[in-house]
Structures are given as C-alpha cells and as structure tokens.
Write a protein that binds this ligand. Structure first.
Ligand code: ATP
Length: 307
C-alpha cells in the first residue's frame, strides 16, 4: 500500500508545484490529465483568437477555499496589444489572476473573456496554446542552452533559436560562452542567474509565439544589468501581443499602458504610472517605499554589447 501511495503522493505534490509555479509544461499536463480540476465542455470549440486579443476580467471572484475569498469582483479590460501591470502587496492575489486566465482553476463568480469568448466555453488546449507564460522561476532541463530554448517549439531551427535569443537579449551572453548554444545548463551544468533564466523563458515564449503573454516577474531583486536586459526583452516580446505583467518590483510598471493596484483581492486604483503618482494614494506610497530600499548592486557593462 505504502509503495503504491508514495508515487501517487509524489505526483500530487508535483502537480501542485507545477500549478503554483505557473510552469509551462503542457506535456506534463497531458500525463497528469486524471488529476485535472477543470474540464472541457462537451463539444467545446477551439478559442478563436486574433494576434493581440482583448482580454476581459468581468467581475471575477475567486477562492481556493470557500471560506477565504481571494478575489472579489475584479473588473478590468486589457485592450488589444497593450501591457497591463498588476501590483500590490504579497498575497493580494496577483499571481492568482494569471492562474485563472490560464484556467488552472475556474472562477467562482464572473467570467474571463478572450476576444469575447468565455474561457470556460473553449478547449483548454486552444486556450493554453494562445498564452505564453514566463514564470517566476523557470525550470531548466539538464541539457544544452539551445535545447532549453527550443523547448518552446520542438523542431525549431538553429537560426530561429538564435533569432529569439537576440530578441530576448540573451544571444550576446551565449555567444561569449566557449560552447555557445551547446553549453550544458541545469543541475549538472552552468548555473544561470535568475535574470538569465527569465530571459531563457522569454526566448522560449517567443518561439511559441502566443497572442497573449503573461510575465510573472521574479520576486528577487535583479542587478541593474539583468533588470535592463529583462525590460528590453519584455518590450520586444510584448509588441503585437496582449500582455499581463505580475509586477513584483515596480520597475516594469513605468512602461505599462495601465497599472492595476490590487489590494485584498480588489482593484484599489488603476491608471498609468504617472497618473497614479499624481493620485498620491496606495500606489504612490508603494513607489516611495521602494525608492527608499537600499541601493542595487552597481551596474556592470551591458551584457548585450557584443550581440
Ligand atoms: P506574491 O506577491 O507574494 O507572489 P500574490 O499577490 O501573487 O503574492 P497569490 O499567489 O495570488 O498572491 O496568492 C493570493 C492568496 O492566495 C495568498 O494568500 C495565498 O496564500 C493564497 N493561495 C495561493 N495559492 C493557494 C492554493 N493553492 N491554495 C490555497 N490558497 C492559496
């Protein structure tokens, strides 16, 4: 019995971690289909999606456990091709928005619409094919850098891989490694920094070429060089897509078309960075608090100077 239970328990833990970490391992979902909490409706059609669709959260409420509401009537529209950044204190429900959009869980109230289609009415496969997720902590396989990027679209050519790595501001770094794209990474190879791993995830996502992009920013502070490289990569990646950034560090929000301030599961404020500073409310105080944090490490020469 114990022998049977142990692997099942392991699968349960693994499944929860994958959900939590928003890792983009659709193949894994295939394996774990039996564990799914959300189901396709009978004869559900595929999502029809334009490049850079409109995404609407319509009075969305959600609770993981029925006695503890996480989101209450959250209502906003991401206009086609724009960047929406969500900020707010830890535990406010920011990552939950992304989990609901990817349909790891179904909303408890309201609905989420992509180009006017309720995401519960279409196949999960077509929904997930339309969304590219750049998770907080990217899983790297014990394989080469090239393989790790190509995972975004198995079968991609070397030229395509190099192309997306340039856009993700990663090519210069890779080109300077003695083994280049053949460099082994992961547990038994080169250890990448958090910022470099996120750029691998951005490159992967670019190969997938989804209409909707979700970036769950790393919570940890990045050095200035990595921060700038991520911002540059994100601007390129977001062009022509509808983008949701779960912003943990406030640095991405300056460029966002719209910032949502989530507090206790509700939208407390929304507007551009400049308008929210002007408003002098919750956001302005968060900004001041971050400005008072200790200095970041000094900037190093631009990593992409040689690419
Ligand atoms: P952070 O900035 O720390 O990442 P967040 O705003 O992204 O926080 P969420 O991850 O969306 O917050 O979590 C919102 C709340 O939901 C938290 O209180 C968290 O403890 C709770 N929560 C998250 N995942 C689960 C889960 N699987 N089951 C129960 N509660 C959960």
């Amino acid at each position: 019995m114990i022998q049977l239970y142990a692997p099942l328990n392991f699968l349960g833990v693994l499944y929860r971690e994958i959900k939590q970490g928003l890792t983009d391992l659709e193949r894994m979902f295939g394996l774990l289909r039996a564990n799914r909490e959300v189901e396709d409706g009978t004869d559900a059609p595929a999502l029809r999606v334009s490049h850079g669709p409109e995404v609407r959260f319509e009075r969305v409420s959600f609770a993981y456990d029925s006695d503890r509401p996480i989101l209450s009537e959250v209502d906003f529209t991401m206009r086609p091709g724009t960047i929406t950044a969500v900020v707010g204190p830890s535990g406010a429900g920011k990552s939950t928005l992304a989990r609901l959009l990817y349909r790891f869980y179904d909303v408890s109230g309201g609905r989420i619409l992509v180009d006017g289609q309720d995401i519960r009415s279409v196949t999960q496969h077509s929904l997930r094919a339309a969304i590219g997720i750049v998770p907080q902590d990217t899983v790297l396989f014990n394989d080469t850098l090239g393989y790790n990027v190509a995972y975004g679209r198995p079968g991609a050519s070397a030229a395509e891989i190099e192309d997306v790595c340039r856009s993700a501001q990663l090519h210069g770094f890779i080109a300077r490694l003695p083994q280049g794209y053949e460099t082994p990474v992961g547990e038994r190879g080169l250890k990448l920094s958090g910022g470099e791993k996120q750029r691998v995830a951005i490159a992967r996502m670019l190969l997938k070429d989804p209409a909707i992009l979700v970036l769950d920013e790393a919570t940890s502070a990045l050095d200035t060089r990595n921060e700038q490289a991520i911002q540059g990569a994100l601007r390129t990646a977001a062009a022509g897509r509808t983008t949701l950034v779960i912003a943990h560090r406030l640095s991405t929000v300056v460029d966002a078309d719209r910032v949502l301030v989530l507090d206790h599961g509700r939208i407390a404020e929304s507007g551009t960075h400049a308008a929210l500073l002007e408003q002098d409310g919750v956001y302005a105080r968060m900004w001041e608090a971050q400005a008072q944090q200790p200095e970041e490490p000094p900037a190093l020469p631009d990593a992409e100077g040689a690419s």
